[in-house]
Design a protein around this ligand. Structure first.
Ligand code: ADP
Ligand code: MG
Length: 478
């Protein structure tokens, strides 16, 4: 693949032409965040930050771009758009994260107003609507399916309060601004508010900032901007998602007016973004300070307990669709311990396990989980395991004391954990059988050998038991 150096100057010239053709606002709405990645033979590679933008440019501007690139580079025949990673620098991007987490379904383009929408303002998969339909809502994103934990309890409580407040009641926090890095449940919460408030008969509009921009630009082109503004101001609850994508000077002005008039009219506004208002670089200072003037809530990364409950919840949902599905508690624990990044990755993990199971008929065990989820796992260094660690983890897991493990007691509740601990000592440390015997209350090496064989035998006969052993290994190996 021969890549010639990207023609930055030509790209700048092409952008200047587009700006002149389209006007500042349209230009900055669609092209400000397009980057020239490479020109490779007859193909121009452009990168954009969102899938929405990619689809939009592909369906609206591909030909125009092709013509302009063709003028500068005679060889160019096609344009490829790619979506840049949405992960913010500093949040430890890992390979696979973006690709494994497609949105639940493609976002259809919102249609332009029913009357007088120009061809340019009408999207490819046009829907008939009244001009103020919001971005699509996902019925699965409800309060019931949201799992509450320490990292999101404040956001959850605030969202519920907003959803439950009656029209005309004083608005508690306005705007409510929820920020968190990708996959931590912002969209889920916003849509849960939308569903719940709508069910109570309130006029709700949920829009991604990008759709807001699209709506406004389309309305300008269709000369229905006034109707659009009027309609916007007639709602009870405005939810704007992914605020970091609000772009364009005139659009921001309009957004600012909308925000002010809704807030001043005691209508609730809820905004979500991947960063706090002060860090919204592309957003006007006035908008930022208005956004910062309400309640700011950050959703943090989920702890292991919350991750476990999210996974268990997902598994339960998947089980509704396929009752034969079996995912043991050990696998759920293991996923929660090892897939540490976000709700989205946890979702992806469960989906993948289910898909693997359905496609291959393979049972969902730890081995399969590890193979299927390899790229979601936190990078781990192999660790030197100590016999003390094994005794500690095993006694905690089986709720026996360390003294019990080392004692001569022969009750079953102690014998099995002791054998497991000895087996793990053999499997995870370089210690010899006699040495292990000594460390377990001065036992003979044949006792250790017997324990190792016994556990291996049980593990090969019993899947659940094998998973349990596997989980203990991973706990120790983490
Ligand atoms: P964001 O908008 O913050 O990037 P999303 O709301 O799209 O994140 O969440 C990503 C996925 O993770 C969704 O499928 C969502 O349902 C799930 N998720 C995130 N947090 C939770 C939670 N606390 N409870 C249940 N599901 C969650
Ligand atoms: Mg989101």
């Amino acid at each position: 693949m021969s890549t010639i150096p990207p023609g930055r100057d030509e790209w700048d010239r092409i952008k200047t032409r587009l700006r002149a053709e389209l006007g500042e606002d349209v230009f900055s709405s669609w092209f400000a965040r397009v980057e020239l990645a490479a020109i490779d033979g007859d193909t121009v590679h452009l990168s954009v930050p969102t899938r929405f933008l990619k689809n939009w440019l592909q369906s609206r501007y591909r030909d125009r771009l092709l013509a302009l690139f063709g003028e500068s580079f005679g060889t160019v025949r096609q344009i490829e758009f790619s979506v840049r990673s949405a992960i913010r620098p500093g949040s430890a991007p890992r390979e696979g994260t973006t690709e494994t987490a497609p949105p639940p379904r493609p976002i259809p383009f919102p249609a332009g107003g029913r009357s007088g929408a120009t061809a340019a303002a009408r999207a490819s998969d046009d829907r008939d609507d009244d001009g103020l339909a919001g971005s699509p809502l996902d019925g699965r994103y409800s309060f019931e399916s949201f799992v509450e934990g320490r990292s999101n309890s404040l956001a959850f409580a605030a969202a519920r309060r907003v959803a439950d407040s009656r029209p005309g009641e004083p608005v508690a926090f306005n705007p409510l601004y929820i920020h968190a890095s990708v996959g931590l449940g912002k969209t889920h919460l916003l849509q849960a508010i939308a569903h719940s408030a709508r069910a109570q008969g309130r006029r709700v509009l949920y829009l991604t900032a990008e759709h807001f921009v699209y709506r406004f630009v389309a309305a300008l082109m269709a000369q229905s901007a006034i109707a659009f503004k009027e309609a916007l101001r007639g709602i009870d609850l405005l939810l704007i998602d992914d605020m970091q994508f609000l772009q364009g000077r005139q659009v921001q002005q309009e957004f600012c007016h909308t925000l002010n008039s809704l807030i001043d009219g005691a209508r609730q506004v809820v905004v979500a973004a991947d960063r706090p208002p002060a860090d919204l670089e592309t957003v006007d200072e006035r908008v930022r300070s208005r956004l910062a003037g309400g309640l700011l809530v950050e959703v943090g990364a989920p702890d292991v307990d919350l991750r476990r409950r999210i996974v268990a919840h997902r598994v339960a949902q998947a089980k509704k669709a396929d009752p034969r599905l079996e995912v043991s508690a050990a696998v759920i624990d293991w996923v929660a311990e090892n897939v540490v990044s976000s709700g989205r990755d946890l979702d992806g993990a469960v989906n993948r396990l289910v898909a693997h199971n359905q496609l291959t008929g393979q049972q969902i065990g730890l081995e399969m989980a590890e193979a299927a989820l390899r790229d979601l796992l936190r990078a781990r260094e192999p660790k030197k395991v100590k016999i003390e660690d094994i005794q500690r983890v095993v006694s905690k897991h089986f709720n026996v004391t360390k003294a019990d493990l080392l004692s001569a007691r022969r009750t079953r509740t102690v014998v099995r954990p002791r054998q497991i601990a000895m087996y793990l000592a053999k499997a995870l440390t370089p210690r010899s059988l006699p040495e292990i015997g000594r460390r377990f209350g001065n036992r003979d090496h044949t006792t250790v050998l017997h324990a190792v064989r016994k556990i291996e035998e049980m593990a090969s006969a019993d899947r659940g038991f094998a998973d349990e052993i596997e989980m203990l290994k991973r706990l120790l190996d983490a």
